[in-house]
Design a protein around this ligand. Structure first.
Ligand SMILES: C[S@@+](CC[C@H](N)C(=O)[O-])C[C@H]1O[C@@H](n2cnc3c(N)ncnc32)[C@H](O)[C@@H]1O
Length: 281
């Protein structure tokens, strides 16, 4: 794995891209030499987080359930209920950046809001960066930090920075227990592997580091914030990992957190949303 780094936007070359979606900018729709197409036949690929009509419409949970039941849309609906412009949001698994863009749209403004997105693969960081460049105007794009490091180390990266532009924070904070400031409104996980024909599917999230990261995420939340986890059961290790996430959530102190599980039960290998809400004092 590459060494940890906070990636300034200018340092990122365009990476692999997924098929453009309805509603993407004209720039995003322009033909590219290295477009990566997602196979249509795989249930895992269908659920791996490109925006649907529902998610782009700003729909609420009932619309998601009544229209398509997509698990990622359920997570997005929850984010919309929780996040406000100016918030901190964390994408623990940046992948191809669909979720990072959605978070950035919800929290960034001209001069407030911050998104920190993690991935262990340079290809994922590059793909997310390119998608952010397409989707966001520069002032908002500059408020999204991409970190090439495991989400298990997220606490070190969440301390408020003096500047979002410079390279002052190009290393993790050495303090293992920093003050995360006001705390995150959302920390999201979309588990599994990077979708895309050219992606390396041998790199997946792993139960041990996922649980470590979830512990950090639940502490990094502000009161009223949520951790969302989209867990997959259709690939090797995914079922075990999703069960471990549910067991972790089920053991949380009910005085501090409300943990819930959501998903479609009459579709084969349908992903599940595990949501952990940090109660207000
Ligand atoms: C299903 S994809 C995420 C999809 C993404 N949220 C999107 O909207 O496109 C899972 C990602 O988790 C990443 N990953 C695996 N282990 C990780 C770790 N320990 N820390 C951070 N990211 C990790 C993989 O490289 C992969 O890109």
């Amino acid at each position: 794995m590459a060494s940890p780094a906070r990636i300034p936007p200018a340092a990122l070359a365009p990476g692999p891209r997924e098929t453009p979606r309805p509603g993407e900018s004209a720039r995003a729709r322009a033909p590219r030499a290295n477009v990566v197409r997602r196979p249509r036949s795989s249930p895992r690929a269908r659920t791996a987080a490109g925006p649907s009509d529902v998610s782009r419409s700003g729909a609420h949970l009932e619309d998601v359930i009544l229209k398509n039941g997509r698990t990622t849309d359920m997570a997005h609906a929850l984010w919309r209920a929780v996040l406000r412009e100016g918030d901190l949001a964390v994408d623990a698994t940046a992948g191809n950046g669909w979720d990072t863009v959605e978070l950035a749209r919800l929290v960034t403004g001209e001069s407030s809001g911050r998104v920190v997105a993690f991935d262990v693969q340079p290809a994922a960081i590059a793909s997310t960066s390119a998608r952010l460049d397409d989707a966001l105007e520069p002032a908002r794009r500059a408020r999204v930090e991409l970190v090439l490091d495991s989400h298990a180390n997220m606490t070190r990266w969440l301390r408020p920075r003096r500047t979002l532009e410079g390279d002052a924070g190009n290393r993790p904070d050495p303090d293992p227990d920093p003050d995360p400031g006001a705390g995150a409104g959302v920390v999201c996980f979309n588990l599994g592997y990077l979708p895309g024909a050219d992606a390396d599917r041998s790199v997946t999230t792993e139960t041990g580091s996922t649980i470590e990261a979830l512990r950090a995420a639940s502490e990094a939340l502000r009161p009223g914030g949520v951790v969302t986890v989209v867990g997959y059961v259709g690939h090797a290790g995914g079922d075990e990992e999703t069960r471990a996430v549910k067991a972790w959530a089920a053991a949380l102190d009910p005085r501090r957190f409300t943990a819930t599980v959501h998903g479609v039960v009459n579709r084969i290998n349908c992903p599940q949303l595990i949501a952990v809400h940090k109660k207000r004092a």
